[in-house]
Design a protein around this ligand. Structure first.
Ligand code: FIX
Ligand code: ZN
Length: 415
């Protein structure tokens, strides 16, 4: 039905339509239930999420080491006490916890952590998974799958059970960013690779990639990269990308996802919470997109300063699909800014967001927060068009939203 909406109801209509669409979340660190202890959920995991740990430590004299030496339940109590009892949960990661509790029907004003613990303990996992998928209106999520993680690989080898809601992505950080250590690991898996990248090793790496893409039915290959990522530094990484990853991605017709701009371990004592951000050079990406026009690149960049260059580069190369407001960009004010700019230069030909969730219930808050901002951005753009007499129908909005929250990805990865 082509109901014409007006400038008075456009915000509500757009928000309602966004809230009814089933999303494809193209990058998370979630695992399906068969991965057992890797499937993270519940209050202890939520409160010890690395975003919250980094924040809580700012309010205390406690050493990072002493914090991590505590058992997880004690760490959770510590974070809870600092960020939710002694302070107001105003930051984006802290607000997320409140959104999750509220969406699950909990009383967000209770200060006793055990109240929340009881709720999560009472849940039957498989029903709970269905419930969270329904609350966050998700069609499916893409995991991050590392073939060199021994625990994870055991599941792929022995006990993997397919759940259509959890798709795989082959993560190549260890292969590409620490070849010195990873080549021995790959060798142990039965691939005849050596440290030097001579022809037989190149062929074996390709074989390794193809085997794992097939085994996982990986939708894409992915890597996170430092700000100084370069394609002409003669590095092992650049060689493996050009000689192995790109030919294999092309053969399998899957994208290569580059997540650029993370400075790992700026504060190693903070472990996973110790990574930071720096502006990166856009030229390696221009090089890849132009030299490899038949490869597809899914790209997100971490620094705010890189966003305009990335958007402009996407206008130059249609084999580049920009995605997400990654990590330190995943907060309402930055999502608003970045999404506005992307729409202004790319229309709807990009993927506005992914969640990057590590803990299952984060799907609720990350998507709720993002959808609210993106709905407002879109509604304002529709309203601008309408002010020139242009008619916007429900169908049109629905089509745009379906593209942004799923179809752009599926069409991009289509063979
Ligand atoms: O490299 C990545 O995929 C990052 O998203 C993570 O390493 C990071 O720790 C994270 O969880 C960000 O949201
Ligand atoms: Zn991630």
């Amino acid at each position: 039905m082509k109901e014409v909406v007006n400038r008075q109801n456009i915000n509500k209509v757009t928000e309602d339509l966004i809230n009814s669409v089933y999303i494809t979340d193209i990058h998370t660190h979630l695992f399906s239930q068969c991965f057992e202890s890797m499937f993270l959920y519940g209050i202890e995991e939520l409160l010890t999420y690395h975003y919250l740990v980094a924040e809580a430590m700012r309010y205390t004299d406690m050493d990072y080491k002493n914090f991590y030496d505590m058992d997880k339940d004690k760490q959770a109590e510590f974070v809870w006490n600092i960020l939710f009892v002694k302070n107001t949960p105003l930051s984006e990661p802290a607000k997320s916890i409140i959104t999750i509790f509220n969406s699950l029907g909990l009383d967000v004003n209770v200060k006793d952590i055990n109240y929340f613990r009881k709720f999560f303990e009472s849940k039957k996992l498989s029903d709970y998974i269905d419930q969270v998928f329904e609350i966050s209106k998700l069609k499916c999520v893409v995991m991050t799958n590392d073939p060199l993680d021994d625990d994870e690989r055991k599941v792929w080898d022995n006990s993997y059970v397919k759940d259509e809601r959890f798709k795989a992505a082959l993560r190549l950080d260890r292969v590409l960013n620490s070849w010195e250590e990873s080549f021995t690991h790959i060798k142990k898996l039965g691939y005849n690779v050596e440290k030097d990248l001579l022809e037989p090793t190149i062929e074996e790496i390709k074989k390794f990639l193809i085997d794992y893409i097939d085994r996982m039915e990986a939708l894409y290959c992915a890597v996170s990269l430092p700000p100084d990522f370069s394609m002409n530094d003669g590095s092992v990484r650049a060689k493996i990308i050009e000689n192995c990853v790109l030919p294999v991605c092309r053969e399998k017709n899957i994208p290569f996802a580059l997540m650029i701009g993370v400075k790992r371990g700026v504060n190693p004592a903070l472990k996973l919470a110790g990574d930071s951000v720096k502006r990166a050079d856009i030229e390696p990406l221009e090089y890849l997109c132009s030299e490899y026009p038949y490869n597809k690149f899914l790209v997100t960049m971490l620094s705010l300063e890189n966003q305009q260059e990335l958007t402009v580069t996407a206008r130059k190369f249609k084999n580049l699909m920009v995605f997400g407001c990654w990590w330190f960009l995943n907060s309402p004010s930055l999502i608003e800014f970045v999404t506005n700019m992307r729409i202004e230069w790319l229309g709807t030909s990009f993927i506005p967001q992914h969640s990057d969730c590590r803990v299952f219930e984060q799907l609720i808050s990350k998507w709720k927060h993002s959808k609210k901002v993106i709905a407002n951005v879109l509604a304002t753009k529709y309203s601008d068009l309408m002010s020139e007499g242009y008619e916007i129908s429900n169908d049109r909005i629905e089509r745009d939203i379906n593209n942004l929250f799923g179809e752009n990805f599926w069409k991009f990865i289509e063979p």
